[in-house]
Design a protein around this ligand. Structure first.
Ligand code: ADP
Length: 254
């Protein structure tokens, strides 16, 4: 049990990588506060994890609203008396011609992906400082540095997350708080399944993945969750400010 007794907040927990990570954290003994906009999906996961014997609180809300961060961090402190880990995973992806992008879509991608991450870091850090320890893991993407047409807002948000991660790491390293991010490549999530539909089916998506990702297949959410588990656990005590690529080689390939 690599997270025995640790208290972890996970955003965007109802689906995809967030859900896989919540399951892996619970298996490793973490006590959880799970946050998602999707109240129904969240309730299902909370029920599933509780049935497996985990201690779990669900908070439905939008991570881009400060009140959600205040509520989630408050719930960790009220329920468990501490906060050891924050995994800022909630995210939205939008693609479309930049010159046709409405201001609202730009704002939404930046608000959820970057402001949401900022808000949860901002709320958790004072308590981590009091404890003298804490581990924050932020969700970036290979698309922070390798992109394709139409992903300006998404790429900007994910590059911003790498910058925020490194800045927080440097500011708080001496006071026991670590901050790292993960940069996944193609992962088998509902988000990418929806993309497959847009492309005209799984075969089209698989052909694209074979071109872009040397391992030639989508990663499972658990393969990403295992990297997050490492960063959340004391095994990574020397690691801060890192961007860990879990991408089947995508960021190394031409
Ligand atoms: P992935 O796992 O690839 O990041 P998913 O779409 O499967 O993609 O999961 C993203 C999760 O983040 C979903 O459960 C979604 O409901 C959640 N989410 C998206 N936007 C917000 C938001 N503003 N606040 C809270 N949760 C959000």
């Amino acid at each position: 049990m690599r997270l025995d007794g640790k208290v972890a907040v996970i955003t965007g927990a109802a689906s995809g990588i967030g859900r896989g990570t919540a399951e892996v954290f619970a298996e490793h003994g973490a006590r959880l506060v799970l946050v998602d906009l999707d109240a129904e999906g969240l309730a299902g996961l909370v029920g599933q994890l509780k049935a497996g014997g985990a201690e779990v609180v669900g908070i439905s809300g939008d991570v881009s609203h400060k009140a959600t961060a205040v509520e989630a961090v408050g719930a960790a402190l009220r329920q468990y008396g501490r906060i050891d880990v924050v995994f800022n995973n909630a995210g939205v992806m939008y693609s479309g011609a930049f010159h046709e992008l409405g201001d609202d879509l730009w704002d939404r991608v930046l608000d959820v992906n970057l402001r949401g991450t900022y808000l949860f870091c901002r709320e958790a850090i004072p308590h981590m400082l009091e404890q003298g320890r804490g581990s924050i893991i932020n969700m970036s993407s290979v698309m922070a540095t390798l992109t394709e047409p139409g992903y300006e807002a998404y790429t900007t948000s994910k590059a911003g997350i790498i910058g925020l991660t490194k800045a927080i790491a440097v500011s708080y390293a001496e006071r026991g708080i670590r901050c790292n991010c993960v940069c996944p490549g193609w992962v088998d999530t509902p988000l990418n399944r929806r993309l497959a539909e847009e492309l005209g089916g799984m075969d089209r998506l698989n052909a694209l993945i074979k071109q872009q990702q040397p391992n030639g297949r989508m990663l499972s959410t658990r393969e990403v969750a295992n990297a997050v588990l490492f960063l959340a656990s004391d095994e990574s005590s020397g690691v801060t400010g890192a961007a860990i690529y879990v991408d089947g080689g995508a960021s190394s390939a031409i």
